[in-house]
Structures are given as C-alpha cells and as structure tokens.
Design a protein around this ligand. Structure first.
Ligand SMILES: [Zn+2]
Ligand SMILES: [Zn+2]
Length: 131
C-alpha cells in the first residue's frame, strides 16, 4: 500500500497514462507514466518512485547510453548513429559503415573505443573485399 508523502494517508489512487512522452535532449522517450493521487489532501505525484525504473527502461529501449561528451564535458545521453563513410585508398574509393555516438544535448559526434573499433573493422573489411 502506498503512503501519501504529504499527509501520510493510505487512501492513494494509482493511475497510469499510456505512452507518455518525454525528451532526453532531442530524443523522444515514451513510457507509461504512473501517477498517484491522495484522496485526502489531493496531492499528486509518483509516491513510490515507479516512474524512475520505467524511464530507465525506455531510455535503454531507445538505445541511449550515458557517455562522457567531450563537448559538454559531463556525462550525457548519447545515441549510436551510423552512416556510409567514403574514403580513398591508393586512388580508389571505398565505402564502409562508420559509426559514432551523438550527444543528445549538444549534437556533437564523438567516438568511443567501441565505435572506433567498429568503424575500423568495417573499413578493413571493405578494403579486403576489394582484393
Ligand atoms: Zn495526502
Ligand atoms: Zn554534448
């Protein structure tokens, strides 16, 4: 049973709003929002902190990860983005799938050890295929 943080009442009615939208930077996150409503003092809120876990799950589902953004200089949510990179090697054009993380706050693209490895592996595979 939930307790109202304002008056200590147990007469709390829980409701859910489907597909509630919030924004992490410029990325839309959708989750089912919980709201508790105290029947005695009319206070409303997430008394059991249920939304925190739901938001965390929705963020994960959206593919966002917390990374240190070199531009913001703090930990920010970033999403993995990919594109076709064109490069020239010995006068020939090669294309491969490159990737990097994009900061949802400042839009900065930056690499991590993981994205560097992935891009490098893709570039190597493209060169190899040609031989
Ligand atoms: Zn209350
Ligand atoms: Zn940033």
């Amino acid at each position: 049973m939930k307790t109202c943080p304002s008056c200590g009442s147990h007469r709390v009615v829980r409701s859910e709003t489907k597909d509630w939208e919030i924004f992490i930077g410029d990325v839309k996150i959708v989750y089912d929002k919980v709201e508790d409503h105290c029947q005695d003092c009319d206070d409303r809120g997430d008394f059991g902190a249920e939304n925190d876990g739901r938001i965390e799950k929705a963020i994960k589902k959206a593919g966002l990860v917390k990374l240190l953004c070199p531009e913001c200089e703090v930990s920010m949510y970033a999403e993995l983005v990919g594109w076709i990179e064109r490069t020239f090697f010995k006068g020939k054009e090669f294309r491969f799938n490159a990737c990097a993380y994009r900061c949802t706050m400042c839009d900065e693209l930056f690499d991590t050890a993981e994205t560097m490895d992935r891009s490098l592996a893709a570039a190597r595979a493209a060169l190899k295929e040609d031989q």
